[in-house]
Design a protein around this ligand. Structure first.
Ligand code: PLP
Length: 398
């Protein structure tokens, strides 16, 4: 590693992908592994979308480089969606389509941050926020919400965290990892604070928008008083079960969208042409298909919550969206299986992996060292089996 840059040497590996790799390794050795580590829908991409991709190939018209910011019809369809579903009014020039929300975030922070600029990260947070901010030279400032408050930091906390170096705040709603959904009143409270701090932008990651078990979803980009400072991140991976197709986008004030287009032009160019045609078709998918997936996720959430409630000492908030549970397992700190003591959430995950062959992710990667994250985006059978195995494994600790 001595020849590598400090940038890469200081970059932590994605904890979720690392755990997923462990799971693949154990599976290759013949173990029956229950994988609750990866945040990936286990549904196929809706047929209608698959068909659109095939038609795009057969037409022979989509084999060349696509425009850097995305096909104009796709960007126009995104603005229509944002107006209709999110009350966000923007033009196609304000949309930059990318190879996934992850790239949209990378583009954005590379465009926004100078060394030492601060980004307030609502904590627990999605693993990549901190790393992307750091890679771009910025400094993540972790603002921790409490379980009792659905992991939402308060207005007072936000007010206190803002300095003259703050460039932006970032959160995901519905949240990975906690499943919290920021209510309209919570978003209004954020807006009210930011009205007093005009140098601060908001980055709202809405990738789990359609996996929301409440009737209410508000986009902070629809709040008039701060509208011109909001960047909305979204994509097709989670809502349409399209993780492998790699299409995401951001909607931003024009000056930010232009900057993101410029950086994408140097780094990756336009997103895969066929994937963009597939993404365009996603907007015509019958909403019933999405509603059915949501109903299945909700059933699995309830199943997972029931399983967790059978684990002595483990407590968990009830997630309102996304497809994760984020239970507090700190009760087991100090317990041992006779060989090794459990001191951290990572030890807990390793013990469960060894004893129960269930993969989980250490909450420390999300900024909360008392918790672990599990994904219930898997079959009912795997959830049930994993819960039973964990219960047995925990009984062996003292
Ligand atoms: N944002 C959040 C909160 C996520 O959980 C994920 C994926 O796990 C992403 C963004 C990345 O999405 P994409 O597949 O569009 O890059």
């Amino acid at each position: 590693t001595e020849f590598l840059s400090d940038r890469i040497n200081l970059l932590p590996q994605s904890a979720t992908l690392a755990m997923n790799k462990q799971s693949q390794l154990l599976k290759a050795q013949g173990y029956d592994v229950c994988d609750l580590s990866i945040g990936e829908p286990n549904f196929p991409t809706p047929l209608y979308i698959q068909q659109a991709a095939k038609e795009a190939i057969d037409s022979g018209s989509y084999f060349t480089y696509s425009p850097v910011a995305g096909y104009l019809d796709l960007r126009a369809a995104i603005t229509k969606k944002l107006a209709k579903e999110n009350n966000i009014i923007c033009t196609p020039e304000q949309i930059v389509v990318s190879t996934g929300a992850k790239q949209s975030l990378s583009n954005l922070f590379l465009c926004l941050l100078n060394p030492g600029d601060e980004v307030i990260v609502y904590t627990p947070y999605w693993v990549s926020y901190a790393s992307i901010v750091q890679l771009a030279g910025g400094k993540p400032i972790f603002l921790k919400g409490s379980k009792e408050n659905n992991y939402e930091p308060t207005s007072e906390q936000l007010e206190q965290a803002i300095t003259n170096k703050t460039k932006a705040i970032i959160f995901s709603s519905p949240s990975n990892p906690t499943g919290s959904v920021l209510s309209k009143s919570s978003l209004m409270a954020i807006a009210e604070v930011l009205e007093r701090h005009k140098h601060v932008l908001v980055v709202a990651d809405e990738i789990y928008e359609h996996i929301n078990f409440t009737d209410d979803f508000t986009s902070i980009g629809s709040i008039a008083s701060i509208q011109d400072r909001v960047v909305t991140i979204n994509g097709f991976s989670k809502s349409y079960a399209m993780t492998g197709w790699r299409v995401g986008y951001l909607a931003a004030p024009l000056w930010i969208a232009k900057a993101c287009e410029k950086i994408q032009g140097q780094l990756t160019s336009g997103t895969c042409s066929i994937s963009q045609r597939a993404a365009l078709a996603a907007f015509d998918v019958d909403m019933q298909v999405i509603a059915e997936m949501r109903a299945i996720y909700k059933r699995r959430r309830d199943l997972a919550i029931k399983g967790i409630s059978n684990l002595p000492g483990v407590t968990c908030n009830i997630p309102l969206g996304a497809f994760y549970l984020f239970p507090d397992i700190s009760y087991y700190f100090g317990y041992t299986d006779g060989e090794q003591a459990i001191r951290t959430a990572e030890d807990f995950c390793m013990y469960i992996l060894k004893e129960a062959k269930v993969t989980l992710v250490d909450g420390a990667a999300f900024g909360e060292p008392n918790c672990i994250r599990l994904s219930y985006a898997t079959s009912d059978e795997v959830i049930q089996e994993a819960m039973e195995r964990m219960q047995k494994a925990l009984q062996k600790l003292s």
